[in-house]
Ligand binder design. Structure first.
Ligand SMILES: N[C@@H](CCC(=O)N[C@@H](CS)C(=O)NCC(=O)O)C(=O)O
Length: 252
């Protein structure tokens, strides 16, 4: 239990006294989770976990990783931190976990939030989490990385990715014609996972969704999702201090 140590708020500021969440947990006699999030500020995948932890009222410590400097590609980092060579990594009471989808599922179950209400919703959440990891986030992250963070992206590669993304965005544009959230009437971790890379500005993502995909734009602008995004943007504004260096080849 870390109740007496100085903790960091969502903006990375150290609070001098016990924070409110810790205090409430201490009052109820529940254990306080000890989260450390290995991240870098441009990483939409890291936002997913930062947001979920924050929405679940959890204190977490950011651990900046020199992704642009290539640290995740070193043998040492892969042996010690993540054999898959990816960010984010979430340390949970000393154990390291990777892959946002299973981590989101575990947090949803642990805190009883955004995990769906019945078997059908849970199936929908899984279905879209797999799709998001395989298609939407995967392509959008790589496309944005090439466009925004590399000096001379290959136009034919960009064109290929754009065509795929047009298709994926068309699929969710259709999906949101008759439902407010990914899995139905309430927001879940599937929304949280899918909003991450769609929340970056058009000059990075290459898409002005308000003009091109009005139903997707409306979903991102719905009250609940908009307040999540406000958290995302604060995370980005508070912690993004340096542009990723150009010698990194992996997708952010
Ligand atoms: N499916 C993974 C994706 C993680 C991922 O691709 N992270 C990026 C940074 S945001 C990365 O580390 N890329 C390195 C690479 O693709 O080699 C997850 O959900 O955690």
């Amino acid at each position: 239990m870390r109740a007496s140590r100085a903790s960091r708020c969502f903006f990375g500021q150290v609070t001098p006294l016990i924070c409110r969440t810790c205090f409430e947990f201490a009052q109820k006699g529940q254990p306080i989770a000890d989260y450390r999030l290995h991240y870098f500020p441009e990483s939409g995948n890291s936002y997913k976990l930062a947001l979920m932890l924050t929405l679940c009222g959890q204190d977490w410590e950011p651990v900046w990783t020199d992704f642009g400097g290539g640290v995740t590609r070193t043998t040492e980092w892969r042996q010690k931190v993540n054999e898959m060579g990816e960010i984010p990594v979430l340390e949970d009471s000393g154990k390291r976990h990777t892959q946002t989808a299973p981590i989101l599922l575990r947090l949803a179950e642990r805190y009883g939030r955004f995990g769906g209400r019945d078997d059908d919703e849970r199936f929908e959440i899984l279905r879209w989490l797999f799709w998001d990891n395989h298609k939407l986030t995967s392509y959008m992250a790589t496309y944005r990385f090439l466009r925004a963070f590399t000096p001379a992206p290959d136009p034919s590669v960009l064109a290929f990715m754009r065509k795929r993304l047009d298709d994926f965005l068309g699929i969710i544009e259709q999906h949101f014609q008759d439902r407010p959230f990914v899995a139905g009437s309430l927001p879940t971790i599937a929304d949280l996972s899918m909003i991450a890379y769609l929340s970056f500005p058009p000059d990075e993502s290459g898409y002005d969704l308000a003009a091109s995909h009005p139903a997707v734009h409306a979903w991102l602008g719905s009250r609940r999702v908009a307040s999540w995004l406000a958290g995302t943007l604060r995370f980005a504004a508070g912690q993004a201090t340096a542009q990723i260096r150009m010698n990194a080849s992996p997708a952010a």
